[in-house]
Design a protein around this ligand. Structure first.
Ligand code: 13P
Ligand code: SF4
Length: 302
């Protein structure tokens, strides 16, 4: 089907179905362009919760759609491709967290939003890359477990001077960004500001001017007086940044940092999702209630 016709069909169906289309900042450019809102994982869930639409088409990875479902159980959350998982989120399961808790009974358990719903149900507090440093700095506990991202844990631990009991998870896309990539790009663009995501390796984080979540990257690029930026995160971010700031230039730190799961969502799948009301993401009441507690605690603290 020609692109224009597909976009027209999506537009017609989103009205008929009373739907809103949300896209994470890593989505394909054409998906970002038809979305009602683009944003980071938490921003999108918040938009979903505030929306007066009945149906949310969540163009992102599975845990993000689940988080939206936890925050707005009365709405229909659709994911255009249910196979779009986050490998880092799947590096830990609920039983792993229960075993960690048994080994460290006095510890408080903090978990990144990049976790499945049943893992969130085991957490004391959830956090995102935007607020992880703030949340950990406010905790008074002697022992803090942090799951699943060991690199985010390392960054937060250095920023807060707190020792964290970290799980060995990592993002297979962000580890592809190497320190030599940053050094090379800085040589090519000497005036550019370097911003990287805290999921990057510590050796990459060390070379950055700013360590930011994708939402914070958007805000920083807008307000900064710099005209050029080297971007150490998933490739889709470049489209979002360039669109918001046409007078500035954005260079990916590495062309290899492409999240295949984020790229599973295509315009065709968004259309099928609206046509067939597929695939509905839901979370059982018990898991939702317990996971919601960890998310509410984050909102209260951050
Ligand atoms: P953000 O919350 O910064 O958008 O990050 C989500 C993610 O999956 C990063 O890889
Ligand atoms: Fe998960 Fe990494 Fe993809 Fe983000 S970029 S969704 S953390 S695999």
């Amino acid at each position: 089907m020609p692109h224009k016709e597909m976009v027209q069909k999506i537009d017609r169906l989103r009205k008929e179905r009373n739907a809103v289309i949300l896209a994470h900042n890593y989505q394909l450019p054409e998906v970002q362009d038809i979305a009602d809102h683009c944003g980071d994982s938490l921003e999108l869930s918040r938009i979903a919760a505030k929306s007066d639409k009945r149906v949310i088409v969540f163009c992102g990875v599975y845990f993000m759609a689940e988080t939206a479902s936890i925050l707005c159980p009365d709405k229909t959350i659709l994911i255009p491709d249910p196979m779009a998982g986050c490998p880092m989120a799947n590096m830990i399961d609920a039983e792993d967290v229960r075993q960690l808790k048994a080994r460290h009974p006095k510890a408080i358990v903090v978990g990144y939003v990049n976790t499945p719903a049943d893992v969130k149900a085991e957490l004391d507090i959830c956090c995102t890359s935007t607020n992880a440093v703030d949340i950990i700095s406010k905790l008074k506990n002697e022992e803090i477990i942090f799951v699943p991202d060991k690199y985010l844990a390392d960054y937060v631990s250095k920023k807060t001077n707190k020792r964290l009991i970290a799980w060995e998870g990592y993002c297979p896309t962000h580890v592809k960004i190497l320190p030599e990539d940053i050094i090379k790009k800085v040589r090519q663009h000497p005036g550019a500001k370097v911003m990287v995501h805290p999921e990057c390796r510590p050796e990459v984080v060390e070379l950055a001017d700013e360590v930011l979540s994708t939402g914070k990257m958007c805000a920083f690029a807008k307000k900064s007086s710099a005209k050029e930026f080297i971007v150490g995160t998933e490739a889709g971010m470049i489209h979002r940044l360039q669109k918001d700031n046409p007078d500035k230039k954005f260079y990916p730190a590495s062309e290899n940092a492409v999240c295949p799961n984020m790229k599973r969502t295509t315009l065709e799948k968004v259309l099928w999702s609206l046509e067939e009301n597929k695939t509905v993401v839901s979370v059982s009441d018990d898991i939702r209630r317990r996971a919601r507690r960890a998310i509410d605690k984050m909102v209260e603290l951050a």
